[in-house]
Design a protein around this ligand. Structure first.
Ligand code: A2P
Length: 282
């Protein structure tokens, strides 16, 4: 993102009423997020405990001895004492080192063998040390979640699993599994992504152009984006819409003053195509 745009957007978001901020070291803007939070605290607009900041452990940092130092690096960049949630960003590990995407001479990602359960134990230690109030995972499938849940001597369950989730990819089975285990689903790309071809499968049609979402929106004087977000929160999925546009940041917050009927929820559920925008081919 252009320098400063994240700082501005987070400040506008906090003023609008947003409190949950989804970040990551690999977004390279944690310093701006931290600055925005600190400025808003200094202004007296919020207190630290009003904010829910989620940070992420990147793939090159899975070896257990790297977990705490990596979180400490994020805290130093943010200039905060703790994160509210720290999550394993992806269930696969890359070779540790400075390269975020370590590649061999053929351009192939260099993976790294680690034990996810050992990584999880290091995450538990971060919680015990007070550096993360809660710990969770991201992009985990059922099998990977079960591996953690069934780990001998498990101290803390993952509180959440952040995965792609929206009307075209509704995740019914994973949602049910997580419900049974009290794991909150946090839905990323709730608006169908920015359709950036470098990481998005753009052969799947744009979510916000969907006729059903637009027709339902018309009835409530809402946009397709607002209907998509409302659908997710109404089925218990946390949403983390991304926008760096002040008007859309505000628009995406105006979703608490209308209610979709059961019939509309079913109609939107039926839009599921079971196709991911974010294929994570690596
Ligand atoms: P922008 O940052 O210019 O607002 P997702 O949250 O699914 O990843 O989607 C993010 C994309 O959707 C971004 O390209 C963002 O662009 C765009 N976007 C965010 N809010 C809205 C909205 N209310 N209507 C249309 N597009 C939106």
């Amino acid at each position: 993102t252009p320098k400063g745009s994240c700082l501005e957007s987070v400040k506008i978001a906090i003023d609008t009423g947003y409190r949950h901020i989804d970040g990551a070291f690999v977004y390279y803007n944690e310093h701006e997020v931290g600055q925005a939070i600190r400025e808003k605290i200094a202004e007296g607009k919020i207190k630290r405990e009003d904010i829910f900041y989620c940070g992420k452990l990147w793939n090159t940092c899975h070896p257990p001895e790297l977990v705490r130092p990596t979180l400490e690096k994020t805290l130093k960049i943010l200039q905060l004492d703790y994160v509210d949630l720290y999550i394993i960003e992806l269930p696969m590990a890359f070779k540790p080192g400075d390269a975020i995407y370590p590649k061999d001479e053929n351009g192939k990602i260099i993976y790294h063998e680690t034990d996810l359960c050992a990584t999880w134990e290091a995450m538990e230690a971060c919680k015990d040390a007070g550096l993360a109030k809660s710990i969770g995972v991201s992009n985990f499938n059922r099998r990977q979640l079960e591996m953690i849940l069934n780990k001998p001597g498990l101290k803390y369950k993952p509180v959440s699993n952040q995965v792609e989730c929206h009307p075209y990819f509704t995740q019914p089975k994973l949602l049910e599994f997580c419900r049974q285990h009290n794991i909150v689903i946090v839905g990323y790309s709730p608006l169908g992504t920015s359709r950036d071809e470098t990481w998005v499968n753009v052969s799947s049609p744009p979510l916000l152009k969907d006729p059903v979402l637009n027709a339902i929106g018309k009835k409530y004087n809402k946009t397709a984006a607002q209907v998509a977000l409302r659908f997710s929160i109404q089925r218990g999925v946390v949403v983390i819409p991304k926008s760096f546009n002040p008007q859309r940041i505000r628009e995406n917050f105006q979703i608490f003053d209308f209610f979709l009927t059961e019939k509309e929820m079913k109609e939107i559920e039926a839009l599921n195509k079971n196709i991911r925008y974010v294929e994570l081919l690596m």
